[in-house]
Design a binder for this molecule. Sequence first.
Ligand SMILES: Cc1cc2nc3c(=O)[nH]c(=O)nc-3n(C[C@H](O)[C@H](O)[C@H](O)COP(=O)(O)O)c2cc1C
Length: 320
Amino acid sequence: MAPTLLSSPLQGFTDFRFRNAFNHYFGGIDTYYAPYIRLQGKLVIKNSYQLDIAPENNSTLEVIPQVITNDPDEFIFVAKYVRSLGYKELNWNLGCPYPMVTKSGMGSGLICQPARIDDILERAHNETDILVSMKMRMGYENAEEILDTFLILDKYPLKNIAIHARIGKQLYKGPVDLDAFEKCISGTKHKLYYNGDITSVPAFKAIEERFPQIDHFMIGRGLIADPFLPSRIKKNTTEYPKDRWDIFLEFHNTIYQEYDAYLSGPTPIRMKMLGFWSYFSETTSNPQKVLKAIKKAQTPEKYRAAVNQIIRKEKEIQDN
Ligand SMILES: Cc1cc2nc3c(=O)[nH]c(=O)nc-3n(C[C@H](O)[C@H](O)[C@H](O)COP(=O)(O)O)c2cc1C
């Protein structure tokens, strides 16, 4: 059976503009997680989050909204909000590793607090009809934290638990810990999804072979770096389409136009695209050179010329 592939959210990257263009030009993703909604001390949902999950902005996509919080009232407020938009499920982020988040007991900083998790899940299940799913790391300090938390999670009818096979303390450094992920499989009754470092078709196959029980896989950075990755995994091929770079350029131009219309002034769009190119460049023939050329292009005209030059070069290399 073909694996189910989910787009793992990246705040600042995989918003509705990216998701719609990605789905149109590349496909291969079954469901997109929206980057997390975070409340700022008040029960108010910021306009940019509202836009991101508005049904009219996601009309051709399967989307699951996500929240990051350690507060039951906030969780319930966001759950009711997404229900009012027609979503059945809310994903809860217990994975974010950044100190500003973890120090306030959120993201992966919450994994070691099962009583608090219990409180939030109990209230969410008593006071709403939302279907809850989890996205978490295996712990903050060590990969055993999740095993205690499973005892609480097993009390609730969660849809699934997606596990990024790292601990918070690692941030994004160091390898994923597949032995610890294996222990998770026998540690809970819930369905697990695998997440972490799926960056190529062979990398995907290695994970699939090692964990035959897993049939849902989440791809985050790998999907931005190589937007053809999900469709190539689905087709079980390492080949790219012949018009790989033409399709990529159309995709690029689409998101450029959308972000340019949304962001004001030349600097924000330049920074936005530079962020994307820090991933896009990874699958070009010369990542460092490509990123340098993008960094050097300080005006929209120079940027356009740099992108065209990069694509021309990659096409030449592909054709030879
Ligand atoms: C810049 C950045 C932003 C992220 N934002 C989110 C987020 O909003 N919600 C979330 O659950 N994970 C977030 N993540 C984590 C990714 O979804 C993913 O779990 C992680 O990168 C590991 O998967 P990958 O190796 O396939 O990228 C973010 C990661 C990065 C690098």
